[in-house]
Design a protein around this ligand. Structure first.
Ligand code: ADP
Ligand code: GLC
Length: 481
């Protein structure tokens, strides 16, 4: 089956979050199942630099006359997945971030930048496609690719589309005046189409017109059909519930493997955990924390956004480290949260460290060197870090929401006895509930045998992509006869 996988970020070329991890690992897992999956990705500077060699595949100037000059280049990911890079310097060759400038302001031409991505995806299904390779199905991811089925519809193509929601909070809603400018049709600017509160919604286009909708955990698939988590799209999603399913993300077991990870001070596995302590020492040293083997160390890695509940960790940070414990906070995003984290680290240099920045390698060391991992997300479509941390023998402490519910089993006498426990789950996000769960973790940590058992449970969990890739394949097979 020929599948075009369209995404705005793919690890390890360009990444702002878990979407990139999934866009790297899922196509690779599908190729192992003999699917001919190819990725379509914008030609950001990092992609042009890192993906070598890149060969010309097609010139799009004559076909897309109304759009800035663009070409398709062809390359191959290290994991063997072929990639088409949409090289359009006017849209993608710039400094700053993928979606925003260096001050965090969204690029004003984001609608054009991601409409072009979708337009090109649809073009590849066309009789006039400049490529010999013609997809039988398109798999779209998040709002950046949401217009794809709208363009297919406009051009009269029947190619089936799977739309995956990685995060419903980001919808790509823009002024309706863009409808003609983006070569869309007013006929679909309706309640059943891409109209959303009188705006043009990229995500809604995808949700209205895709043949199947998926999201990245079964619990989140249910949550987004409710007012509390539907971000205004709950009605549409409930209406389309027969076409909506939740398929849990996997993790890349080669990329995230404590037994063979170049980013660590020492590797380890369940049969010999001594290396884990080396990583704790290295983490304490590198971030300037007091050297102490015995003090429990909480780690947090993530986007500093409202979604992730970082503010609640900051609210309890003092009480947390008085348990006593140490705390490592790593992430970027909201400036106020960054500043609060840095100020706390300044105030408690021996106990709290804050690393503001994006550093793939350090994130591995935090997973390995921490004793427990904090993930108090307000909502979490799937979440990858809580799975990474389990693989690294670092039990996660999570708020009961979305994919966190589907991947973490709360530790209590019964679940510890039957070997299912894999972390600490708390209900209702508040400083008190977080602190209570953290206290439970610290208490168990003091019982070395019990803690070791919990770590072993975590490390034995199977989060490989195979099962998820098989679920996607079953879904594709429903659509491609
Ligand atoms: P989300 O996609 O909502 O950000 P996930 O848990 O699915 O959440 O994925 C986040 C990914 O981004 C993980 O691979 C995590 O390690 C990584 N990540 C987040 N912030 C940073 C950072 N500051 N430095 C390095 N990696 C980060
Ligand atoms: C999103 C979600 C996260 C999920 C990731 C990959 O960014 O916030 O929960 O794990 O996408 O699907």
């Amino acid at each position: 089956m020929r599948i075009l996988f369209v995404s705005s970020e793919v690890a390890s070329l360009v990444k702002t979050g878990g979407l990139a991890d999934v866009s790297a690992a899922l196509p690779a897992a599908l190729r192992k199942l003999e699917m001919d999956v190819r990725i379509l990705l914008p030609g950001y500077p990092q992609v042009m630099k890192l993906l070598k060699p890149l060969k010309p595949a097609a010139d799009l100037r004559k076909i897309l006359k109304a759009w800035p000059a663009a070409k398709l280049l062809a390359g191959t990911m290290q994991n063997g997945v072929p990639v088409y890079v949409l090289d359009c310097p006017e849209m993608y060759q710039r400094g700053g971030g993928l979606y925003a400038d260096e001050h965090g302001q969204d690029w004003p031409d984001n609608p054009e930048r991601f409409a072009l991505l979708a337009r090109v995806a649809s073009l590849l299904c066309d009789g006039n496609s400049p490529l010999d390779w013609r997809p039988e199905l398109i798999h779209c991811n998040d709002w950046q690719t949401g217009l794809t089925p709208a363009y297919l519809r406009k051009e009269g193509h029947q190619v089936p589309v799977v739309m995956t929601i990685h995060n419903l909070a980001y919808q790509g809603n823009f002024p309706k005046a863009l409808v003609p400018a983006l070569e869309l049709s007013w006929d679909d600017f309706t309640l059943e189409g891409y109209e959303f509160y009188d705006q043009l919604s990229f995500l809604k286009a995808g949700l209205s017109f895709a043949d199947q909708i998926t999201t990245v955990s079964p619990t989140y698939a249910r949550e987004i059909q409710t007012e509390a988590q539907g971000y205004g799209m709950q009605g549409l999603l409930a209406h389309r519930s027969s076409a909506l399913s939740g398929i849990l993300n996997g993790i890349d077991l080669e990329e995230w493997n404590p037994a063979a990870d170049d980013n660590l001070a020492a590797c380890y596995d369940d049969s010999d955990m001594s290396g884990k302590l080396e990583n704790k020492r290295e983490l304490q040293k590198r971030l300037g924390l007091h050297a102490d083997d015995d003090i429990p160390l909480f780690g947090l890695v993530g986007r500093f956004a409202h979604q992730k509940g970082v503010d609640v960790v900051l609210d309890v940070a003092e009480r947390l480290v008085n348990l006593p414990a140490q705390l490592v906070l790593m992430g970027t995003g909201d400036k106020a949260l960054q500043n609060r984290a840095l100020a706390l680290a300044h105030q408690y240099p021996e106990r709290i460290a804050a690393f503001v920045g994006f550093d793939e390698s350090l994130s591995h060391l935090v997973e390995a060197g921490s004793d427990m991992f904090l993930m108090p997300s307000r909502f979490e479509p799937c979440g990858l870090n809580q799975m990474y941390s389990q693989r690294y023998g670092t039990p996660p402490i999570v708020h009961a929401t979305g994919g966190l519910i589907d991947t973490v089993v709360d530790c209590n006498a019964a679940t510890l006895a039957d070997d299912s426990a894999s972390g600490f789950v708390f209900y209702g996000l508040s400083p008190e509930s977080l602190l209570q769960a953290a206290t439970r973790a610290v208490e168990l940590y003091a019982d070395k045998a019990a803690w070791r058992k919990l770590q072993a449970n975590c490390m034995a969990k199977d989060y490989s992509w195979l099962a998820s890739a098989q679920s996607y394949l079953a879904l594709y097979r429903k659509l491609v006869k």
